[in-house]
Design a protein around this ligand. Structure first.
Ligand code: PXP
Length: 237
């Protein structure tokens, strides 16, 4: 099980004062030294946290794996094709949302996504699609040529009762197994924290997790190095 850290909120904090601190590039290095298997950043259309220069600098400095999360707009696709990250993760993106809401509707836009995946593959960039744990989206992801699916764990993370959490967890397990059976790698993420991560980390069909907000929040109290190591230990357990 690999742990990739989303460092968008280091940039959120930096941008609050408009200066240079804290620097996402320095944060990425701390995460890697603490055992992270990859660094995730979301270059949003409105550039509300990560900026273009962060992505270029991270491309030079990240030694593990740089996963560029992005909406499938032409502007961002072109930037990603120039940067050549180690992985791109396509997500739905709405300007007004606080964070990514729901998975990508792959089944509803297969032709367009097939073309985009093909453009990334032509540059040897693997593509992950962030989707809800629903069979039709997993099958469509395979059909458009995705190398990986990232299963949206938000509903599981926000479940109000243990029974609800169990129901969402079962959907995630089934989705992960289906993704694997169809020959794709499987990532999971969104809303995972130090208390709810264990059950997802125990799913054998999941290869990788992307976690951001809870780690950066904990880092404010105990430091980024320890926050990453603690999550790493939970994920491995
Ligand atoms: N995966 C995807 C596709 C996301 O959009 C996000 C949020 O940026 C994450 C993982 C990480 O979610 P969280 O910050 O809730 O850990």
């Amino acid at each position: 099980m690999r742990l990739c850290i989303n460092i968008d909120h280091i940039a959120t904090l930096r941008n609050a004062r408009g200066g240079h601190e804290p620097d996402p590039v320095a944060a990425a290095a701390v995460c890697e030294a603490a055992g992270a298997d990859g660094i995730v950043v979301h270059l949003r259309e409105d550039r509300r946290h990560i900026k273009d220069h962060d992505v270029w600098k991270l491309r030079e400095t990240v030694t593990t794996k740089l996963d560029l999360e992005m909406g499938a707009s032409e502007e961002i696709v072109r930037i990603a094709l120039e940067v050549v990250p180690d992985l791109v993760t396509l997500v739905p993106e709405k300007r007004q949302e606080l964070t990514t809401e729901g998975g990508l509707d792959v089944a509803g836009q297969q032709e367009r996504l097939f073309e985009i995946v093909h453009r990334f593959h032509a540059k040897r960039i693997p593509v992950s699609l962030f989707i809800d744990p629903v069979a039709v989206q997993i099958e469509a992801s395979r059909a458009v040529g995705a190398d990986m699916i990232e299963i949206h764990t938000g509903e599981y993370a926000e479940a109000k009762t243990p029974a609800d959490a169990r129901r969402h967890l079962e959907a995630i397990i089934l989705a992960a197994e289906t993704g694997k059976r169809l020959g794709m790698s499987v990532n999971a993420g969104h809303g995972l924290n130090y208390t709810n991560v264990g059950a997802v980390a125990a799913i054998h069909a999941i290869d990788e997790m992307s976690i951001g907000h809870s780690i950066i929040s904990r880092a404010a109290f105990i430091g980024l190095d320890r926050a990453v190591r603690e999550m790493g230990a939970l994920v491995q357990k």
